[in-house]
Design a protein around this ligand. Structure first.
Ligand SMILES: CC(C)(COP(=O)(O)OP(=O)(O)OC[C@H]1O[C@@H](n2cnc3c(N)ncnc32)[C@H](O)[C@@H]1OP(=O)(O)O)[C@@H](O)C(=O)NCCC(=O)NCCS
Length: 150
């Protein structure tokens, strides 16, 4: 059972140490977690960007950055990753499912958005299997933009 925990003094170093595979890194599937924490700091006054450590018991297995846009009624998985040693064990699916539960139980949002870089078929297949559909291909960022509506 996973938990989204706020970044704090206890889990911060562990989040920074999480690694994706060399191949995922070379393919630039996600920015480093330190960048995501910096992004969250940048938007702190708006209070709509939320970085979380993904914890399973004592272990920090991954990271997620959520972005809320109440005006557009959109909740977005800005970034998510599972440490290479924990990949392929169901954590990625559990993370997306947990965000879907948050989305379903929050009537501020009409759409849940997630995107992935072209070629990241693990993420694409995962999102499609959970009911996300492609909304557009973002040429500028080379990303498929996926939408889920309840
Ligand atoms: C995408 C990512 C989060 C998936 O995490 P994960 O914990 O490995 O995912 P799961 O174990 O829940 O697997 C999800 C599905 O993908 C499949 N899968 C996982 N790794 C795979 C691999 N290397 N090759 C083929 N299939 C794979 C699983 O079999 C599973 O399919 P199923 O649910 O139909 O059985 C992880 O690969 C990752 O962190 N990638 C780098 C960062 C990234 O791409 N983030 C997304 C965009 S921001």
């Amino acid at each position: 059972m996973i938990k989204f925990a706020e970044i704090n003094e206890d889990n911060y170093e562990k989040v920074l140490k999480l690694k994706i595979t060399d191949e995922q890194d070379k393919s630039k599937f996600i920015a480093p977690n330190v960048r995501s924490i910096a992004d969250a700091y940048l938007y702190r006054e708006a209070g709509d960007v939320f970085p979380y450590a993904v914890e399973d018991g004592e272990a920090v297995v991954g990271f997620i950055l959520l972005d809320e846009d109440a005006e557009e009624k959109e909740l977005m998985i800005w970034r998510m990753m599972v440490d290479k040693d924990y990949q392929g064990k169901g954590y990625g699916r559990a993370i997306v499912e947990k965000v879907m539960e948050m989305f379903e139980s929050d009537d501020r949002f009409d759409v849940l958005i997630a995107d992935y870089v072209k070629g990241n078929e693990v993420m694409g297949t995962l999102l499609r299997s959970l009911g996300f559909e492609e909304q557009e291909f973002d040429e500028e960022n080379n990303e498929h933009v996926m939408w889920y509506r309840s």
